[in-house]
Write a protein that binds this ligand. Sequence first.
Ligand code: ATP
Ligand code: MG
Length: 817
Amino acid sequence: SGTTLKLISLDTNCIGFLGTTEASSSLSPLSSLPRRDVRIASRAGSGDQDIPDGIGMARLAWTRLPTADGAVPEGAAAPASPSASDDELFAGVVESLDYEVIENCAYREEQAQRSKFWVPYYVMLKWLFALLIGVGTGLAAIFINLAVENFSGWKYAVTFAIIQHSYFIGFLVYIIFNLALVFSSVYIVTHFAPAAAGSGIPEIKGYLNGVDTHGILLFRTLVGKIFGSIGSVGGGLALGKEGPLVHTGACIASLLGQGGSAKYHLSSRWVRIFESDRDRRDLVTCGCAAGVAAAFRAPVGGVLFALEEVTSWWRSHLMWRVFFTSAVVGVVVQSAMNWCKSGKCGHFGPGGFIIWDISGGQEEYSYQELFPMAIIGVIGGLLGALFNQLTLYITKWRRTYLHKKGKRVKIFEACLISLITSTISFVLPLLRKCSPCPELETNSGIECPRPPGADGNFVNFYCSKDNEYNDLATIFFNTQDDAIRNLFSAKTFHEYSAQSLITFLVLFYSLAVVTFGTAVPAGQFVPGIMIGSTYGRLVGMFVVKFYKKLDVEEGTYALLGAASFLGGSMRMTVSLCVIMVEITNNLKLLPLIMLVLLVSKAVGDFFNEGLYEVQARLRGIPLLDSRPKQVMRNMSAKDACRNQKVVCLPRVSRIVDILSVLRSNKHNGFPVVDRGQNGESLVIGLILRSHLLVLLQSKVDFQNSPFPCGPGILNRHNSSDFVKPPSSKGKSIDDIHLTEDELGLYLDLAPFLNPSPYIVPEDMSLAKVYNLFRQLGLRHIFVVPRPSRVVGLITRQDLLLEENSNSGTTELQSTSV
Ligand code: ATP
Ligand code: MG
């Protein structure tokens, strides 16, 4: 209307844009569409009657739903102060991604301009990227492993050399070595890449669920993640490098997709066709799978991990590409391993990469063993759930009291934990007696000789005789990979006393809980495997004692224990099972691992949610589960709108009004209303904040008159400005500088808006809206009153275009009522 617009309530507005002959003629951009598009559009909603009164915008994430008795359910509780409203908490902190194709005029113009080679080029590039993601992630994994193994190798070699003369100096050197590595890690993370802290899996899970967390896929995060995990894992903290590799893979994928890092001028234009959130989502999925495949050398495990644990949407095309990426990772890692076998990689030898081949282990099992195995599952469920709960409390406490105080506190905290970890792992083994080596042969000084068939090294630490070893040092004072290999070692000769295992379990569990949440890249797979294999082995020792006649091996129980703890904490089943089989090379144990995982997951689920879900909620990532909550069945879409006044914009708006609307709230989408020919209000679509910001910044579409303008958007804009929804991150309303004169100009929004946003009737059950929202990966849904007329029905037949095509032309069949 041209008068000052503030907030318009949608109470009297109507939906009826698509297809009404009035609307298509009043909107010049539509008249420029290819004829077929107009025809389809008019079928979808033609008619001259209005659909009355629009109502609101449904928002599903973080809608706190009251239970039947009016209380807000636990799982939906917001992380920070309970008095703050959800909008205050999350508006602006996290942002949803736009997976929907916005079929605005720019999109249609671009489609019309595409040559026939575009689709093959696009498909080919996707496969090429799948290849590059595999190679990149594989190389990153090799680099991290090489660095970690070499740093740890030097550390232990130097320490062992020094303790031959003085334990105290050896202790100091060991502590300083660890401290330096951990300091480098926490310094990189706090000063350079804050988003690289933690495993990154909750954030990636959130990303694939449709929520963008600031900074998770940046180049600096990738660098911070790689170098940070070298420091934190090399520094001997109770954490692993596998979770961070998933994040690393995702970063590599995303950076490749956007053609490199724009900030550091490392981007290339010819590959920048995957800038839309949809394409990036697919690439990130490939990256996640590649990460797991590289971390565990488990290609199938990687694919299943992506499918089961991180993605929310899955398509069969994607499955193929993910599969391909994982296979590429497998080849790259294997080639590097072969190359390193000749000793070119320093301390990184055949045992370097994570793989614990226990093929020499127990081949048969009897039904009597199922009971102790189920007990392992129960213990795993209990300890896993406890781990999730404790880490939740500690992370909350840290956030409230510690991390607010700045980077120095974070650095101090990580260094203190490093000191404690080093002290425990060095001093405790000193308290243990040494045992004679299993096979009395001449000793190399550091390790007992490996008995035939047994894996691992037996650390001669504080043992006066050469042919003795210290069982606690063997698991505590060792690299994680070697420690796990020792715990899994198959040939039973009771290497570990129950006392050592219990000491290790209690201390390592506590260390893992305390270390979780420090500002360093940290994975939970390896600590989980270490904790689980310890109690698994303990149970194994009892079984050996009680079932004397059976051929029971403690290593097998250690493996089952590891699976049970991971199942009890992360709650994965299929992917974990396959990963365990792949890393241990023992297919015979598959049914047992399945049993243990099922039991531990069931027990864990009884108490709380999985580790990643808990952590995602804590970080304010509003994940949408795959199923709606029970209470949603009794609520309608209108209930979810919470009587809000919808903030919308008129089709032709004054610049000053757009600015004031953008400043007055943090919403990212606004319905756009127009006047129909009879003066009634029509909702003609949805405009994104990010698009408004692009328009205000570029200024080329400003016009003097308050009347609609014409098409030709791509003459004035880059196609990527509108076709691929730019994230409004990076652009903010404060970056927009307009003169007084410009503020008085007008902007026609019609060509840039999404003319066909999803719409639901107000009384649709919220459960149904939830499913729609979740399954289509939506960001906004309009809630409107019940329509008064039906212009057509679309059934399966109408969607089978080819079968209905008649003499070369493709037509939609109409089924009118
Ligand atoms: P997202 O945060 O998922 O990227 P958004 O930023 O557009 O989407 P928010 O503004 O964060 O959405 O949503 C917070 C609340 O505001 C929700 O309850 C939603 O229904 C409401 N809301 C969103 N857009 C509008 C709007 N244009 N007018 C009125 N209320 C809105
Ligand atoms: Mg928002």
